[in-house]
Design a protein around this ligand. Structure first.
Ligand code: NDP
Ligand code: 2IT
Length: 451
């Protein structure tokens, strides 16, 4: 265990979770980080200990796994496993993305669902936490195979979700295309037009800015951290890992705010463009052609491609925005970033940094935005999509963007304030965990325990 749990009660909670969830390293990592941050809360709030809030919070309210059967283009019957973890509904309907990636398993679903509760709480909107997905690998599948898989997945998922129960959205491997196919199947089966998914197309209930929201939010959060030190993105060199939905719009926004993004990646390797990445070229390759980042170097003069995605952290930068996947940045890579002058890290992917890497950044006292806080713009805008669906109205891009900016500012301020109140000013890992926790804890306490 890399976490230091001096408090006997918290150490016991951790040990019990570990016993009940063997071989789930990602889930234990997410739980360990939160428990470590809750030490000062436990000291101040014996009422929350007495009512078993923390033990209840680390156990999902419900976890559904199901078989997804589909037929590939050659007529073969294929089987995948589907998941929906409904983690906590104390402050609103379960809300969180769906991930389609071959690495998906119970541990990854539970870490994502657990963290989603705190993130959603921080957004200031009334949303509980959940996550889902499948070990289906979208790579190399035809359009028709993707459609059939999404339909089959929703045939089962539809019985567990609803606009007031559980509202899924996208994540790795699930974007506008997949949401469209799943929404179509939901309507076919249920015969109702309702805001049951977010990230929908604009023609059928989606919100402007939802596509951009996570990446934009990551930059707004970084800008809030920097503004407190009299700094901004202007003139900064930035490295963004990944080249999916979050990475693309983080890169675009960082450039708009005056920075130069010099590197991006996918799971095969990374590109370096000393003149500044042309985001429109990345969009053409990844969003339109669904190709590989390597192709950027074939199209843009002076750009260099290097095989192996982790090498991206060896590129000197002022600001690092990890936007690919969990544990994509370890302690050695964190040291390397610091050595090369990096002063700001804002996590776009969930749990981007290993626990050891976070320790390196916190010790160095650089500006570190933990994903629960820094990437909350995506789900926050999903919340705004839900509001628009309920109102039967659509807000303009400017209206949504202004609300998103305001929410990112609140997330920063509330996290900062909690870090100060609980004795480690500026430690936003602690601040975000505590601020996110307290709102859910108060709700759970008020709602009582079913004897
Ligand atoms: P996409 O599927 O659009 O893009 C994922 C990117 O990360 C791709 O470049 C992909 O490369 C890379 N990647 C995925 N898995 C791995 C891996 N195991 N190792 C190395 N690289 C990998 O997903 P998103 O952009 O939506 O999501 C990225 C991260 O942001 C995830 O952690 C997600 O949970 C988080 N997030 C997403 C939100 C959203 O609204 N979409 C909201 C908040 C957080 P390749 O193509 O080679 O697989
Ligand atoms: O991790 C996340 O916050 C997301 N994938 C977005 C969830 C959502 O419901 O918009």
């Amino acid at each position: 265990m890399v976490f230091v749990l001096k408090n006997e009660y918290l150490a016991k909670v951790y040990a019990d979770v570990e016993k009940r969830n063997p071989n789930e390293p990602e889930f234990m990592q997410a739980v360990g980080e939160v428990l470590e941050c809750l030490e000062p809360v436990v000291a101040k709030r014996p009422d929350l200990v007495k009512t078993g809030i923390i033990e209840r919070m680390v156990e999902p309210e419900r976890m559904i796994t199901f078989r997804v059967t589909w037929v590939d283009d050659k007529g073969n019957v294929r089987i995948n496993r589907g998941y929906r973890v409904q983690f906590n509904s104390a402050i609103g309907p379960y809300k969180g993305g769906l991930r389609f990636h071959p690495s998906v398993n119970a541990s990854i679903m539970k870490f994502l669902g657990f963290e989603q509760c705190f993130k959603n709480s921080l957004t200031t909107l009334p949303m509980g936490g959940g996550k889902g997905g499948s070990d289906f690998d979208p790579k190399g599948k035809s359009e028709a195979e993707i459609m059939r898989f999404c339909q089959s997945f929703m045939t089962e998922l539809q019985r567990h979700i609803g606009q007031f129960t559980d509202v899924p959205a996208g994540d790795i491997g699930v974007g506008g295309r997949e949401i469209g196919y799943m929404y179509g199947q939901y309507m076919r089966i249920r015969n109702e037009f309702t805001g049951v998914l977010t990230g929908k197309g604009l023609a059928y209930g989606g919100s402007l800015i939802r596509t951009q929201a996570t990446g934009y939010g990551v930059c707004y959060f970084a800008e809030n951290m920097m503004a407190a030190k009299g700094e901004s993105f202007m003139g900064k060199t930035v490295v963004v890992s990944g080249s999916g939905n979050v990475a693309i719009y983080a890169a675009e926004k960082a450039q708009t705010m005056g920075a130069k993004v010099v590197a991006m990646s996918d799971s095969d390797g990374y590109i370096y463009d000393k003149d500044g990445i042309q985001v429109s070229v990345v969009q053409q390759i990844k969003e339109v052609e669904r190709g590989r980042i390597k192709e950027y170097a074939d199209r843009v003069k002076g750009a260099v491609y290097t095989q192996g995605c982790r090498g991206i952290w060896s590129i000197p930068c002022d600001v690092a925005l990890p936007c690919a996947t969990q544990n994509e940045l370890n302690a050695e890579e964190a040291e390397l970033l610091l050595k090369n002058g990096c002063k700001v890290v804002s996590e776009g992917s969930n749990m981007s940094c290993t626990a050891e890497a976070i320790t390196v950044f916190l010790k160095a006292k650089i500006l570190f935005g933990p994903s629960k806080a820094s990437n909350g713009g995506g789900v926050a805008t999903s919340g705004l999509e839900m509001s628009q669906n309920s109102l039967r109205l659509s807000w303009s891009a400017e209206e949504v963007d202004e609300k998103l900016k305001g929410i990112m500012k609140s997330i920063y301020e509330n996290s900062y304030a909690a870090s100060k109140e609980f004795g480690d000013e500026g430690n936003l890992v602690m601040g975000a965990n505590i601020a996110g926790f307290l709102k859910i804890a108060e709700a759970m306490k008020a709602q009582g325990i079913a004897y």
